[in-house]
Design a protein around this ligand. Sequence first.
Ligand SMILES: NS(=O)(=O)c1cc(-c2nc3ccccc3s2)cs1
Length: 299
Amino acid sequence: FGQSEERYQKLEKIGEGTYGLVYKARDNQTGEIVALKKIRMDHEDEGVPSTAIREISLLKEVQHPNIVPLKDVVYDESRLYLIFDFVDLDLKKYMESVPQLDRVQVKRFIHQMLQALNYCHQNRVIHRDLKPQNILVDIKQQNTQIADFGLARAFGLPLKTYTHEVITLWYRAPEILLGQKQYSTPVDVWSLGCIFAEMAQKRPLFCGDSEIDQLFKIFKIMGTPKESTWPGVSTLPDFKSTFPRWPTPTNPATTLGRDITNLCPLGLDLLSKMIVYDPYARITAEEALKHSYFDDLNN
Ligand SMILES: NS(=O)(=O)c1cc(-c2nc3ccccc3s2)cs1
């Protein structure tokens, strides 16, 4: 009932997502304001693979206070539309709009995001492309909600958006950058660690402008990964192509503590457990929620 065109009345463009434009729209049937994400498929004519439709439809079951509700999936004229609740603004814009996030806010936000991660990871849903642009902030409630969970597995992750906008690599886990194919839930914890540091410092932690630059930016702060710190790293597909150009530095010690000055010792301890090379040694969302950094959260 009600094809996407008539049912949803576009109000304004609110962003250019990975897969297509994002509009603020009105649902003419309920009067609600929604976010309408158009999913462009590269082979427009071939339509949307049924696997993607099934994957996405599963995401409608994902209900959590810190995940943007996916209200509807509309497949119309071989185009896919995802209808989400509308939320005021994304974390990228929010961080730009305030001089500094206070420490309680950083703690509350990261706690919320870890709860969302834990919920999805328990249900074997990985985000894979966590970044401030797909974390939304309800200012009144001081509540964050993660958007786009599960889309990367359904649609894959291009290098560029459909408008050839570069997809940011700043939050990408090292195992993905080194070509690991069977990555899993730890990739989201790495991304969240980068976001944690950025909320505290108001500056991105590792801002590379290419895959190799992203790796070098990580190596500069975290030291160059080697078998002793990350068993198996030397057998990763892109490990070989990375190393001829990178002299193995003498001091493997991480300088994370020197770069992050706006976090209390407990916060820094948690961060240093999230930004860990070996995915198997990286803290899980479930373990992170038990960290004493959150002990004084009165929620
Ligand atoms: N880019 S922005 O102006 O901060 C802004 C973003 C949004 C939203 N983006 C999304 C993405 C996905 C789901 C809901 C929303 S609501 C509303 S305003």
